[in-house]
Design a protein around this ligand. Structure first.
Ligand code: CP
Length: 315
């Protein structure tokens, strides 16, 4: 276990201290520089094994964990459950036990059930990283968002961050609200009441149902994806109506600070929660977030799996 990050697993932002989070962000700065070199590989995790076990679709998270492991010289295996024995009825427990028998050092898991990563951590001996569990947490997304904001603004403390949209179904919002609040940002959430979770008070955020006051003076506007695959029943009248009332674009961004930056975890529903020109505009941090994702995930794998005393760029 690393003195910088005294945890065996990364299951959520809940359970981490502000010091742990800063350790990950500072470590990621080193790997961000490594990822910009002509040769983007260090021997740090040579001989270690990482398995990416994804029970849900992913482009950014899975690819960046794969690249992160490979840039650290680990052996990386990706398992998509649609082509695994899960399709033959194998249980999560049997899948985990089977993979554990191959002696990986880390299993990165994404699963539609909240609590799946915690369950995995109780059943296997290797480190578990939560790559998104149901509507619960997506800790590496929050870490990469914080890394992106800190690079853009030079700090997290004292910033006003407005998280817009489908908060109820968003593990990204939950992890971000926890992390940013812990590091001194003032976090607001805004969206239709039907898309606000019951536990907003526990997250320590200010809740709005109108966009304009929620964006007033914001330094960071974090736009969430409308998760049509998780929406059950008539929680919003229509996507068109939602876009008119809660869509982020030039008209609504006038309320935020003139130098406010716009984040979106992806994948984006262009023309629904975000105007396409804003998504591609100069305030947009969307591709910076993707680049940060590799560095932050390198930091997480390093902190969990490197042998004690191994330097960040040494074997
Ligand atoms: N932000 C995010 O988790 O994207 P993917 O679903 O593409 O991994």
């Amino acid at each position: 276990m690393s003195a910088l990050f005294p945890h065996r697993h990364l299951l959520g932002i809940e359970g981490l201290s502000a010091k742990d989070i800063v350790s990950v962000l500072d470590t990621a700065e080193v790997f961000y520089e490594v990822s910009r070199r002509p040769v983007r590989k260090v021997p740090t995790l040579r001989g270690k094994g990482v398995i990416n076990l994804f029970f849900e679709a992913s482009t950014r998270t899975r690819t960046s964990f794969e690249l992160a492991g490979k840039r650290l010289s680990a052996d990386v295996v990706n398992i998509s459950t649609s082509t695994s024995s899960v399709t033959k009825g194998e249980t999560l427990l049997d899948t985990l036990k089977t993979l554990e028998a191959m002696r990986p050092d880390v299993i990165v898991i994404r699963h539609p059930s909240s609590g799946a990563a915690l369950y995995a951590s109780q059943k296997v001996g290797c480190s578990i990283v939560n790559a998104g569990d149901g509507t619960h947490e997506h800790p590496t997304q929050a870490l990469l968002d914080a890394f992106t904001i800190r690079r853009a603004k030079g700090r997290l403390d004292g910033l006003v961050v407005t998280i817009c949209g489908d908060v109820a179904h968003s593990r990204v919002a939950r992890s971000n609200a926890r992390l940013l609040g812990m590091l001194g940002s003032k976090v607001r959430v805004v969206g239709p009441r039907t898309l606000m979770p019951a536990d907003c008070a526990a997250l320590g955020v200010e809740v709005f149902d109108r966009l304009e006051p929620a964006l007033e003076g914001a330094d960071v506007v974090m736009v969430l994806r409308i998760q049509q695959e998780r929406l059950q029943g008539a929680l919003i009248p229509s996507l068109r109506e939602y876009s008119k009332t809660y869509g982020i674009g030039p008209r609504t961004l006038r309320y935020a600070q003139p130098d406010a930056v716009v984040l979106h975890p992806g994948p984006m529903n262009r023309g629904v929660e975000i105007d396409p020109a804003t998504a591609d505009g100069e305030r947009s941090m969307v591709l910076e977030q993707v680049e940060a994702g590799v560095a932050v995930r390198m930091a997480v794998l390093y902190l969990l799996a490197a042998d004690p005393g191994t330097g960040m760029t040494a074997g």
